[in-house]
Design a protein around this ligand. Structure first.
Ligand code: COS
Length: 384
């Protein structure tokens, strides 16, 4: 259900002020320390950020897809590490339960996720199953009224902080593809769950990932998302979750591009060469114009797809189009932002090189650009 327009405007105003006044000044510190200060996480919790897209019935703000997109664009205007802290609770870490979970599962976990009292992670990727997610090998063997999980998940966002994992595991041990996979809710404290060391990444310092290892982890049969009715249906849950996640990430890409454009315009106005601000030169203006046109195109795509999703349309292909275009767009925008900043663009103190590294991930996670191309191509040929 859509928010009252005044309430939405006030929420966007609050988020914008929080980003500008609290988060932007901390970007360099977070990059250097690889930690988001606890006081900021508390403030984000108080502002309701952990439950943006979680239904109001469970204590969240219940934003529609269109509203979530507007908030995600605002949040995209600062280092992605801040959004990542609560990103999994709103997206891939909670939507599996919200979309396909039983009432009991929703009542047990979703209010705690919305309040930011539990952190959740999405465990799909494995060492040998990245883009080919359907080939995952983690197994869940039924024994009495329990399932026994074994396997390793890789590059799991927020895993070092997570209390709850949505784990995709093979329940039909004779199958090899997407069919035969189920989704489970596994608590960190369960015996047999352990974590690898934190990954060292190219960028997005302050956002943490690591392996999650399941060694004979016994979960009750009630941990199967959606119960027995969803046995061997977990891959579809993962795909539905990613439909929404890909739109959210696309919106974050738009916000990051808007930030990079604003920084580049400011620099082009201030920086003087050949006796004039470089912004007066048409070659600089051409780069800015390309950045703006592409960013605006991505914004329009993402907003339109959000409206279609809210209207109940199937947006699987459209979400892939958004993810493909917006993530590639922000890569080109970041590259031009470095170019406009010249030598300063290559230096850490200006922050542009940090954004350049940070946005590189958007073309990879929640489905690479090539997976989006594959999905779009398949949808077109299938529909032809
Ligand atoms: N919504 C609902 N159901 C969906 C769906 C969606 N968006 N996408 C696929 N499904 C269903 C299919 O209809 C199919 O159902 P049936 O078995 O009833 O026919 C089932 O799920 C399997 O789908 P599919 O046949 O497409 O499986 P594939 O193994 O061919 O999937 C891709 C291949 C590439 C699409 C998939 O592995 C993928 O998305 N990979 C990228 C994974 C990813 O994004 N990883 C990022 C890590 S998470 S941060």
């Amino acid at each position: 259900m859509a928010l009252d327009p005044d309430i939405l405007a006030s929420l966007l105003d609050t988020v914008t002020r929080f980003v500008d006044e609290r988060l932007v000044p901390l970007e360099q510190q977070v990059s250097e320390t690889d930690e988001v200060p606890a006081v900021i996480i508390d403030a984000m919790r108080d502002l309701g950020f952990f439950g943006l897209s979680i239904p109001e019935a469970y204590g969240g703000l219940g934003l529609s897809m269109s509203e979530e997109i507007q908030v995600a664009i605002c949040l995209g205007r600062t280092s992605p590490a801040f959004r990542s802290i609560f990103g999994t609770n709103n997206g891939i870490g909670s939507q599996g339960i919200i979309i396909d979970g039983t009432d009991e599962q929703k009542n047990k976990y979703v209010p705690l996720l919305a309040a930011g009292k539990l952190i959740s992670s999405f465990c799909l990727t494995e060492p040998e199953a990245g883009s080919d997610a359907g080939s995952l090998r983690t197994s869940a063997k039924r024994e009495g009224d329990e399932y026994v999980l074994n396997g390793t998940k890789r590059y799991i966002t927020n895993a070092p902080h997570a209390d709850l994992f949505t784990v995709f595991a093979r329940t039909d041990l004779n199958s090899t593809g997407a069919r035969g996979v189920s989704a489970f809710l596994v608590e960190r404290k369960m015996p047999g769950v352990s974590l690898g060391k934190r990954d060292k990444k190219m960028g997005q310092r302050g956002a943490h990932t690591c392996d999650v290892i399941f060694d004979n982890v016994r979960v009750p049969a009630t941990a199967l998302i959606g119960g027995e009715a969803k046995l061997n249906q977990g891959f579809k849950t993962a795909m539905k979750v990613l439909d929404r996640g890909r739109l959210h990430i696309s919106a974050v890409c738009v916000g990051a591009a808007e930030r990079l454009i604003a920084d580049s315009v400011r620099y082009a106005r201030d920086r003087k060469q050949f006796g004039s601000p470089i912004g007066n030169f048409q070659l600089i203006q051409a780069m800015l114009a390309d950045m703006q046109a592409e960013c605006y195109a991505a914004r329009c795509m993402v907003e339109e797809t959000g409206r279609r999703k809210d209207a109940g349309r199937d947006v699987t292909m459209d979400a892939s189009c958004c993810k493909l275009f917006a993530s590639e767009m922000v890569g080109r925008v970041a590259d031009k932002a470095v170019q406009i900043h010249g030598g300063a663009g290559y230096m850490a103190e200006y922050g542009v090189e940090r954004f350049y590294r940070d946005v590189r991930l958007f073309r990879i996670y929640e489905g690479t650009s090539q997976i989006q191309q594959l999905l779009i191509g398949r949808a077109l040929i299938g529909a032809g």
